[in-house]
Design a binder for this molecule. Structure first.
Ligand SMILES: [Zn+2]
Length: 233
């Protein structure tokens, strides 16, 4: 993705989908991606992010959560699915843009980790737990246990945050970090828009659990520090 597309007068998302993808039916996915619940939630002059069409798709092989009893939900695809699984974040935004304390109380939990990670913003300090969506505590525990067992611990150089109430940079939609369903790692050498230096084995491990890696996104939106447990958003 490069520059956002600015909606002209009389232009619908179907028209934009036709123009950009040659497929009007992708209008709903485009709305989803832009954090709009309805394709009609648009105004003239609105900036619409145009991702590569492949970013709408579910990753090929999201791992089954377990053989027997699922310990965590399957990664949702699209905004409506994210909201229905992880909570309707729009109901918790206060007038000043901050989070209603009930958001964290209802949905965010602490997740202990098998090893400590130096904090990206204060590397002399390490975190031995993270805060994420409560439904994903067992998932993050499994991922980090797997990182330790595969000796990939040294590839996790710093921790850049998981749950973090914020809007996605430069976009008027809620960041996946606001749900606690995304994690940033090694931010110092994996800035947005760069190729970064994320260990491909670490990427493969996260993807094997159904995470989408931001390093696979196109152009300026490439976000190699970022892994999120959802697609099409
Ligand atoms: Zn991120």
């Amino acid at each position: 993705m490069s520059k956002p597309y600015v909606l002209k007068k009389g232009e619908s998302l179907s028209k934009v989908a036709e123009l950009k993808y040659g497929d009007r039916k992708l209008a709903a996915r485009l709305a989803d991606y832009n954090g709009l619940l309805n394709t009609k939630d648009i105004v003239v002059g609105q900036a619409i992010q145009i991702p590569a069409a492949r970013e709408f798709k579910r990753p090929k092989s999201p791992a089954p959560s377990t053989r027997d009893v699922p310990r965590w939900p399957t990664a949702p695809n699209g905004m409506a699915a994210i909201i229905s699984l992880f909570g309707d974040i729009r109901a918790y935004v206060r007038d000043d843009g901050t989070a209603d304390p009930k958001w964290e109380a209802n949905f965010i939990a602490s997740c202990p980790l098998p090893f400590a990670m130096p904090l990206d913003w204060a590397p002399a300090t390490s975190a031995k737990s993270l805060r994420c969506h409560k439904l994903l505590v067992p998932l993050f525990q499994a991922v980090f246990a797997d990182i330790a067992s595969k000796n990939l611990q040294t590839s996790v150089k710093t921790y850049g945050g998981c749950y973090n109430w914020r809007m996605k940079r430069g976009q008027a939609k809620a960041s996946t970090h606001s749900w606690g369903i995304a994690i940033d790692l090694n931010a110092r050498t994996n800035a947005m828009g760069t190729a970064g230096d994320m260990d491909p084995k670490l990427v493969a491990l996260f993807e094997s659990y159904g995470f989408v890696w931001g390093g696979g996104w196109a152009g300026a939106n490439k976000d190699p520090m970022h892994f999120q447990y959802c697609s099409g958003y």
